[in-house]
Design a protein around this ligand. Sequence first.
Ligand SMILES: Nc1ncnc2c1ncn2[C@@H]1O[C@H](COP(=O)(O)OP(=O)(O)OP(=O)(O)O)[C@@H](O)[C@H]1O
Length: 326
Amino acid sequence: MNLLEVERLNRSFGGQPALHDISFTVPKGQRLGIIGRSGAGKSTLLRCLSGLDRPQSGRILLEGEDMAILPEAKLVLLRRRIGLVFQHFNLLNARTIAANVALPLQIAGRPKAERNKRVMELLELVGLADHAGKYPAMLSGGQKQRIGIARALAAHPALLLCDEATSALDPETTQTILALLADINRVLGLTVVFITHEMDVVRSLAQQVLVLEKGRIVSRGKPADILDANQLAAVLPPNLSQTPQDGSHAIVRLTVTTQAVFTPLLHTLEQQCQASFALLHTFPNPEGEGLVDVVVQTDGLSVATMNALQAHACAAEVIGYVPAHS
Ligand SMILES: Nc1ncnc2c1ncn2[C@@H]1O[C@H](COP(=O)(O)OP(=O)(O)OP(=O)(O)O)[C@@H](O)[C@H]1O
């Protein structure tokens, strides 16, 4: 069942489209990452999904209700089904940790006893039960984000929207926050949609990825496939063709073990295949630890060369062809 369905969403500013015909669905319980360069439209999309901004056209169905056209009074109620986690935590410094976490329940008019019980449950969940009486200034960045997450969960949302939730944190703290978000997703079955510009965050947390570019979705799929394709696209020659021309060179991706990188692999291949191999790029293989993708250009692609490549690598794939002089 889909928790969220976005259909042909359009949002422009002063006639300039920031989102153009965006459509996607998020099944209940999924962790969806949205990535894209600066200005791609990530924040605009997240604001529309959170009901803080309205698109010019299109539908945003959350549990079947269209947020794009819902009257303000009803939208306020529907927004309680959404928890928001911010890059800079947005905690109120004059309130204690407990009072910060309780805020959404207070706004929703929940009784004090219920609020107190829920706050303690949530502080337990994020591992900060003994910090209830402290103030935000007494916490580290990672602890502040745990409180931000607890507050977002206070009103039992169906959807957690995270806006660059780990961008202000160091790499180690980032990992602990990502682990917490993954735990919450697993334990509570909560649907998580997050925007980020950090590839490692997508790799760790997302089950599905959407890539935005200039307000459009340009690719979608599993993180390994998307990141792999993105990294490759960035290093491939622009004049790559899918068919060989007379005398063209082949571009081949080899997946090898990290140990193989420290052997004279290309030299061995050159000797064995009587062909030249130029190294274009190496990057970690997205499928697994200990594997490296090596992109090479060769002037001697043949059945015998492919056999030799396959014998030395875990996988070998021809990506395309370029003219000999590139
Ligand atoms: N309130 C606004 N008024 C005018 N233009 C806006 C407004 N908000 C966003 N835009 C424009 O819409 C486009 C998308 O911006 P958006 O902030 O959504 O991108 P982003 O992917 O979140 O970028 P970043 O990663 O830098 O935050 C940009 O061209 C931006 O200038």
